[in-house]
Design a binder for this molecule. Structure first.
Ligand code: HAM
Length: 450
């Protein structure tokens, strides 16, 4: 048997339905924020990530999936979404279009060769947004508000928003010098990689996975003390917009993030859920004003974030959040023998084309076993087609909950189902809400603000 690769997951059954539900909420949320969907390739020239994410980051030095294609070109499976979106923004000259800023969102698989552990996969899925073309601190706050609202809509409670500012280039350079001065006498007490980081990119020492609990790191200089006046003022504005948006946050003065492109605002959102383990950051992002230029585009101010869907669903599960997944069918069509099978086939097709969730028998089971199958599929209604009823243009439909049966004209089946399913409106749905028109969460209901 060939097994799946380490750090990869197979999605199926209830977990797959939960992912689909999360996707549905994301889709609807992005429509409300007026972001447009963007899809970029899963592999790109390796150079894009070397220059974009940063030569000295853990992602680029240790974690990329690289390969040489049949034309001898160096390729990399994308480890994150930002670099690809920025490349696409430049290549398609989106900066020249009247729509400014560009508000884009994406969803898809990313690849990092990490040591597999809970919350850290080698293939994982991110939902992310990128706003390209505005330096307004309101954008920083609004981007942070997206995952906050998403998690709230999904019902996740224990989240902690941590923010910090790395400041502009001048502030970052000053901070870098301060770190070199501070770490140089201590470097022998840190890991080998940190010695290398001190030479190439001292900021990276602060997100070292080996030394993260060392007191040396804990006493390191704080970014905030090296911000120039302008950067400080900008950070204050971001915070005041967050307050305006009623987003609770903590300032974490040592938050620097593991990617090189950030400046000014950086943030991480932790799920403080019991049992989640150390990889409890479910979403993160920040401002990256220099990246478009690094990748040969015009000066463009940008801000974005990404959230891992796997970690998010795991947090929802740990909090035992009930998700409104559809795990039933509205009608299960059974038939007595092959004589009625053809009619069953066309009836099922007709109902599906009219918007009903319908299933039927495919394995030649007898009637008793078909009833069992209907129960397994949690059918709301069942019907058994027999030649006699069909000759009379009739069908017997049973409400699986009340066990009541009715004979109805086949011509009226849609009206009947519509009426009966509407009668079920007002009952509590499996998402925990009352059935209502509006089709926002589980396809039946719309969420009332709690
Ligand atoms: P990141 O912090 O590397 O940022 O990843 C963002 C989120 O992706 C993490 O918080 C986590 O939920 C998820 N994630 C990352 N690595 C893994 C993994 N190995 N297994 C499972 N989930 C993972 C970025 O990727 C930036 N591009 C975010 C950004 C967008 N910044 C600006 N724009």
């Amino acid at each position: 048997m060939i097994s799946k690769q380490k750090g990869c997951v197979d999605l199926y059954g209830t977990t797959a339905k939960k992912w689909q539900y999360v996707n549905k909420v994301i889709d609807s949320l992005m429509e409300k924020y007026n972001y447009t969907f963007a899809r970029t390739p899963i592999f790109e020239a390796s150079e894009l990530f070397h220059r974009g994410v940063g030569e000295t980051t853990d992602i680029v030095t240790k974690e990329t999936y690289d390969f040489v294609d049949r034309g001898d070109r160096n390729m990399t499976l994308r480890p994150e979404g930002t670099a690809g979106v920025v490349r696409s923004y430049i290549e398609n000259k989106m900066y020249g279009e009247a729509i400014n800023p560009r508000k884009l969102w994406y969803y898809g698989p990313m690849y990092r060769y990490e040591r597999p552990q809970s919350g850290r996969d080698r293939e994982f899925t991110q939902f992310g947004v990128e706003v390209l073309g505005s330096n307004d601190p309101l954008v920083d706050a609004e981007v942070i508000s997206i995952p906050v609202l998403l998690y709230k809509m999904l019902g996740l409670k224990g989240i902690v928003v941590k923010i910090n500012s790395l400041g502009d280039k001048e502030s970052r350079d000053n901070y870098r010098d301060a770190l070199v001065k501070y770490f140089t006498p201590h470097i022998k007490d840190l890991c080998e990689d940190c010695a290398e980081r001190l030479k190439k990119n001292p900021l990276r020492i602060l997100d070292c996975k080996v030394d993260k609990d060392s007191p040396i790191l804990k006493k390191a200089p704080k970014t905030i003390d090296y911000l120039n006046e302008e950067s400080k003022k900008r950070f204050e504005e971001v915070k005041s917009y967050l307050e305006e948006l009623e987003i609770d946050y903590e300032v974490d003065e040592r938050l620097v993030r593991g990617l090189d492109y950030y400046n000014h605002t950086v943030f991480e959102i932790e799920a403080s859920v019991e049992g989640f383990g150390s990889n409890n950051v479910i979403g993160a992002g920040g401002r990256y004003n220099g990246l478009v230029e690094t990748l040969d585009g015009p000066e463009t101010a940008c801000m974005g974030f990404a959230t891992g869907i796997g970690r998010l669903v795991q947090a929802l599960d740990l909090e035992e959040v009930k998700m409104p997944i559809i795990d039933d069918v509205e009608l299960f069509v059974m038939y007595v023998s092959d004589t009625e099978k053809k009619y069953a086939t066309s009836l099922v097709q007709y109902l599906r084309a009219n918007g009903y969730r319908v299933d039927t028998e495919y394995t030649g089971r007898g009637l008793k076993a078909q009833f069992k199958q209907a129960d397994r599929l949690k059918a709301k209604f069942t019907c058994v087609l027999n030649s006699e009823d069909l000759d009379n243009n009739e069908v017997k439909i049973k409400n699986n909950k009340t066990k009541e049966e009715e004979v109805i004209s086949l011509d009226a089946i849609i009206y009947y189902l519509d009426e009966q399913l509407n009668l079920m409106d007002g009952e509590e749905c499996n998402c925990g809400h009352e059935h209502k028109e509006g089709h926002e969460c589980c396809g039946h209901c719309h969420h009332e603000e709690e």
